[in-house]
Design a protein around this ligand. Structure first.
Ligand SMILES: Nc1ncnc2c1ncn2[C@@H]1O[C@H](COP(=O)(O)OP(=O)(O)OP(=O)(O)O)[C@@H](O)[C@H]1O
Length: 675
């Protein structure tokens, strides 16, 4: 206990007054109190309240501890690069061996120059020392070989590390991209992205640098301890007396530091998510004048990072300080006791010098091992999360099933019910058909479930009850990838990717390489986009900016339409696809669709808000609160007294006859029905 007093005083001076008082009054050991205090600090309420965590009940992407299975899996990922690992380890053995033998030889060299020392010429190291005494350049050569082996080791292990992390990153990204939509509903995309990026960097660092330094530290540590024992048993005993203290200190502060690291990873991911989201939606932030609010939110979370970092820094500082204190105490004892052993003739000057060098090597290795342990723990934690993502199996298999790329009769919703994860039912027992070669318009108030019907038809989700069939075949048995390729889709808010117009349009093609310039221009022409694309200086190579921010809403929608048409789909889903277009462009696209319908037997599901769209449709399905409340032709729907269509038209004071006569002219397409 006495030996801990200086340590206690040093540490107490760095702690908050309350903790200091606790330590002074404590009946328990200061070590226990300090650990309890630090652990409580990082678990405090503020932290838990402020981190926007992944919803643990629903999330598929959880923080968990590493298992043996993870280690085996990491080994499997590393296996293809075992050649590099083997080479690197071999170079490491060579370099560590050389640098381990050097202190012994140097010690013996000292004894070679000391005329008072009795020399045993039989000993191999003495003979080597004699050789180096005669050939000093050979010693330089040996050191150069050691340095070359170190360089080769770093190179090989670095290459292995980069490859392993690259494979892991690819596997995880492929898995994320293949997840069901439910996965993305449950998890925050920004957080997954940030974790994916941060975790791979941590694993990369662990695998390349930490593992290399750690293995070397273990090799050198074990080697130096062995050499210390060989050099002097008495001095070794004195040195090893400090071992329990070092282990105790490491256990105490190391654990706190590790907990802080975990917490920091969580908070940092959350801070990143907030920053990325705000920066990606800068226009909205400006419009809402939410700059200060965004900065405040960011700073509040940043403070949390600071809080935890302070605790981590305290633990780290205490760890290093304590190591330094014990290290210097042990070293002084070695020198004192060593001098005594020289005086009594038990060891030589050379042996004391070698022993001191080995003790320094052993201490440095111990310190590296502790760092290595922390880094590897961090890396394992990060890799377990990545492996969880990698192994997360989507319920929906994208590539198996019957290949269906067209409809012969009809797509049928048969008593379909559906709910998003954690929500009440969005659709309840709906049944209707979408006949081949016809336009089916789905109408209804906002939030009634229209887009959800489109999502189910695309098989982004599967129904909870009932089924959707294509010519009698359950959609669950159909190859999802082929089916989606057969459908041209233009969503409510067309999403463009940060690349050129050409790349955006080709994104819709099954085999982009096979698409000619003529086909590209044809699709753009059909979508009424060719003129404005050719008007740009770089034509199809024009970069659209992040999420298409360099284009107008209507231009984005027309490119999205060209993307939907590039594969000449037999089925189309238009979710208010023309809402951002002016009346003329809207009219032209409708005419295009009309001609496509006539010439190619297109089967269309359109989510309609405009009277013109409904009038163009062969049948109109009215959805309200997730149920179908009416279906028929447009005329039939208009005839139904008090139907939503009729009510709305009346509310706007639009005379029925006039409206019906105008709907097929460009000007009429500006008229929209908002529910
Ligand atoms: N990914 C989702 N996760 C959870 N709930 C969702 C999700 N998408 C939609 N919802 C909910 O499902 C309901 C139906 O939404 P949907 O988008 O199908 O309505 P909509 O009729 O297309 O509305 P609008 O006309 O406003 O686009 C809404 O209550 C909505 O909040």
């Amino acid at each position: 206990m006495h030996c801990l007093c200086p340590l206690r005083n040093t540490l107490c001076s760095q702690l908050p007054t309350s903790t200091y008082r606790m330590l002074l009054q404590a009946k328990t050991t200061p070590v226990t109190v300090l650990r309890r205090d630090l652990t409580a600090k990082i678990k405090n309420q503020k932290l838990n309240q402020n981190i926007r965590r992944v919803d643990r009940r629903n999330a598929a992407y959880l923080l968990r501890h590493t298992t043996w299975k993870d280690l085996v899996e990491l080994y499997e990922i590393a296996k293809p690069f075992r050649k590099w690992i083997f080479l690197g380890t071999s170079f490491m053995v060579v370099s560590s061996g050389i640098f381990l033998i050097i202190p012994r030889i140097l010690g013996k060299l000292i004894d070679q120059f000391d005329n008072n020392t009795k020399r045993s010429e039989e000993e191999i190291t003495m003979r080597i020392a004699k050789f180096f005494k005669d050939q000093p350049m050979a010693l330089v050569g040996l050191l150069a070989v050691g340095a070359l082996a170190t360089a080769a080791k770093v190179y090989c292990l670095q290459i292995a590390g980069v490859n392993i992390v690259g494979s892991l990153r690819k596997a995880v990204y492929s898995s994320i991209i293949r997840q069901d939509m439910t996965f993305f509903d449950k998890n925050m995309v920004g957080e997954i992205g940030s974790r994916h990026a941060a975790d791979t960097v941590i694993v990369g660092y662990s695998v390349s640098s930490s593992l290399r330094a750690g293995v070397r530290a273990v090799l050198v540590g074990v080697g130096s301890v062995g050499m210390m024992l060989m050099t002097s048993l008495e001095l070794s005993t004195v040195s090893f007396l400090t071992a329990p203290i070092v282990i105790g200190i490491f256990k105490m502060f190391g654990r706190v530091q590790q907990q802080c690291t975990w917490q920091l990873q969580e908070v940092a991911a959350d801070v990143n998510q907030t920053a990325i989201e705000r920066m990606a939606n800068m226009k909205t932030v400006r419009m809402l004048s939410a700059e200060q609010q965004s900065i405040d939110e960011y700073c509040k979370k940043g403070e949390l990072v600071l809080d935890i970092s302070k605790t981590e820094a305290l633990a780290k500082g205490s760890l290093i300080g304590s190591f330094q204190f014990t290290g210097y105490s042990a070293f002084s004892s070695i020198l004192f006791y060593g001098s005594h052993l020289i005086n009594t003739g038990h060891i030589t000057y050379g042996e004391l010098s070698s022993f001191c060098l080995y003790a320094v090597l052993a201490a440095a290795s111990l310190s590296n091992i502790s760092g290595f342990y922390n880094e590897v723990m961090k890396g394992l934690g990060a890799s377990s999360r990545l492996l969880e993502l990698k192994n997360s199996q989507p319920v929906m298999n994208l590539t198996t099933g019957i290949r269906k790329t067209d409809v012969q009769e009809a797509i049928r919703f048969e008593n379909v019910s559906f709910a998003y994860a954690g929500r009440k039912k969005t659709l309840e027992d709906i049944s209707f058909s979408i006949p081949r070669g016809k336009i089916t318009a789905v109408i209804g108030p906002s939030g009634s479930g229209k887009s959800s019907i489109a999502s189910l038809m695309l098989r982004l989700y599967d129904p909870a009850d009932g089924r959707i069939t294509v010519d009698g075949v359950d959609l669950r048995e159909i190859n999802a990838t082929a089916w989606r390729h057969a459908i041209g889709t233009v969503g409510q808010e067309p999403v463009l990717f940060t690349c050129s117009i050409r790349e955006n349009i080709l994104m819709g093609a099954e085999n982009p390489e096979s698409i000619s310039q003529f086909q590209l221009e044809e699709a753009a022409q059909l979508a009424n986009a060719l003129d404005f694309i050719q008007g740009f200086e770089n034509g199809f190579e024009t970069m659209v900016g992040e999420h298409g921010c360099k284009l107008s809403g209507g231009q984005k929608q027309r490119i999205a339409m060209a993307r939907a048409l590039i594969s000449k789909p037999k089925i189309m889903i238009l979710d208010e696809a023309t809402s951002a277009l002016d009346a003329t462009s809207d009219y032209l696209i409708r005419m295009t669709l009309d001609s496509l319908l006539k010439n190619h037997n297109l089967t269309v599901l359109v989510i309609a808000h405009r009277l013109a769209t409904m009038q163009q449709a062969d049948q109109v399905v009215f959805v309200n609160r997730g149920r179908i409340e009416g279906q028929g032709t447009f005329d039939e729907m208009m005839k139904v007294q008090n139907s939503i269509v009729e009510q709305e038209a009346r509310r706007r004071g639009i005379p029925m006859n006039e409206q019906m006569s105008r709907v097929n002219t460009p000007t009429a397409y500006g008229t929209s029905l908002k529910f």
